[in-house]
Write a protein that binds this ligand. Structure first.
Ligand code: ZN
Length: 386
């Protein structure tokens, strides 16, 4: 079945090869796929017709970094941080205890609620990490839960070093835990940071993951300068995430390797840290993606529109650059060429804004202007069971 979506005030295509935006546009969906885009006046006939009344239509957001499989609440830690206690990586342990105590059904229900929250804010593809289990059993079941919601699952056994000998834990992460996790995961990630894992440990873990068929990603340079970004570039990873503290050599390494810098401004907002300098990266020729990092500790927002607004207000991006980073580059950060842009052949995942242009995502921060989200050629209907 085909659907003509017409009377689009602004179609933001995120197409790097064609016009990034079109006015007075239309789009034809055939099944789950975009079949045609162009001027509304030239649109071909279709089985159904949807008039969006001059609203803007954008690709669905691709959130390439989230930690949705967890239990418990850290609102008090947030309140304490806002009262002056600095953020440290060790707070993860409180979520680990709650996650281990939760049933599979509780974890699944929690992820379902958060994914539904994301859908309502325009996210159509989401990556979900493990990392709050940190035992063979709890990492494997966290990934099995995540797999019910997305193909983009990431094994993050190396999230924090639990009590005990760090080297023994690296052996576990690269051994029995990897064996249990890898059937449920596409990616492997390491929190490479002071207080978590150093660059040598991260290299060892990513190599073991690669041998098990998992693609590598990294959390790096969030809290201070370090070797993580250089490691990501050396290994030719598709993306390295956070990139808040970058030396000139880090920026040059990202540019030369083509590794995408995924910036997570909700974290800086929620921890009162300095924001990463997106302008510096873009002006240096580094590709920048935006993602939520939705997690219970350092950033409990699921909102890509908030991330776009922060990127514009705080990180020197234009609204068009920020939307491109939250769609097309986010898809590339997951090595996906079937989502992230509204061009023929890609999946018909799209957002309708109750606004005439994408600029309103930053111009009207905090206002719920996502009025419809389409996933695979169909409008998403709010799930009532979650
Ligand atoms: Zn993260």
């Amino acid at each position: 079945m085909s659907v003509l979506i017409t009377n689009i005030g602004e179609l933001f295509t995120s197409d790097p090869e064609g016009p990034p935006t079109m006015e007075a546009a239309a789009l034809v969906v055939d099944g789950a796929t975009v079949a045609w885009t162009g001027a509304a006046a030239d649109a071909p006939p279709a089985d159904e017709r949807v008039d969006v009344g001059g609203r803007a239509v954008l690709p669905g957001f691709v959130d390439s970094h989230s930690h949705l499989v967890f239990a418990g609440d850290r609102a008090q830690e947030f309140a304490a941080r806002m009262a002056g206690t600095p953020y440290a990586a060790g707070g993860i342990r409180t979520t680990v205890a709650a996650t281990r105590a939760a049933t599979d059904e509780q974890l699944t229900g929690h992820v379902a609620r958060l994914v539904e929250e994301m859908r309502r804010q325009g996210t159509t593809t989401v990556e979900i990490k493990s990392g709050y289990g940190l035992t063979v059993h709890d990492e494997a079941r966290s990934l099995a839960v995540a797999r019910q919601f997305t193909e983009e699952t990431t094994y993050l056994g190396a999230h924090v070093v639990p009590e005990g000998d760090p080297q023994e834990y690296v052996d576990l992460v690269t051994g029995a835990m990897l064996d249990a996790a890898s059937p449920h995961a596409r990616w492997i990630d390491v929190f490479c940071e002071r207080g978590a894992f150093d660059a040598d440990q991260a290299r060892t873990i990513l190599r073991a993951g690669a041998a098990a068929g998992l693609r590598g990603r990294l959390h790096a340079n969030q809290l201070t300068y370090g070797e993580g970004v250089q490691l990501a570039a050396d290994l030719g990873l598709v993306a390295v995430d956070h990139c808040t503290y970058l030396a000139d050599a880090d920026v040059a390494a990202l540019r030369d390797s083509g590794t995408i810098a995924t910036l997570l401004p909700g974290v800086e907002f929620s921890t009162r840290q300095p924001y990463p300098d997106a302008r510096r990266l873009l002006d240096s020729g580094v590709d920048v993606a935006l993602a939520s990092d939705c997690n219970p500790g350092s950033c409990f927002t699921s909102s890509m529109p908030l991330c776009i607004a922060l990127a514009v207000r705080e990180m020197g991006m234009t609204p068009a650059e920020a939307v491109h980073a939250a769609t097309y580059v986010g898809a590339r950060a997951l090595d996906r060429d079937d989502v992230g842009a509204l061009v023929p052949g890609r999946r018909a995942d799209l957002v309708v804004l109750d606004a005439p242009s994408h600029v309103h995502l930053a111009y009207r921060p905090g206002v719920p202007i996502v009025t419809a989200t389409w996933v695979g050629g169909r409008p998403h209907v709010r799930a009532t069971a979650v």
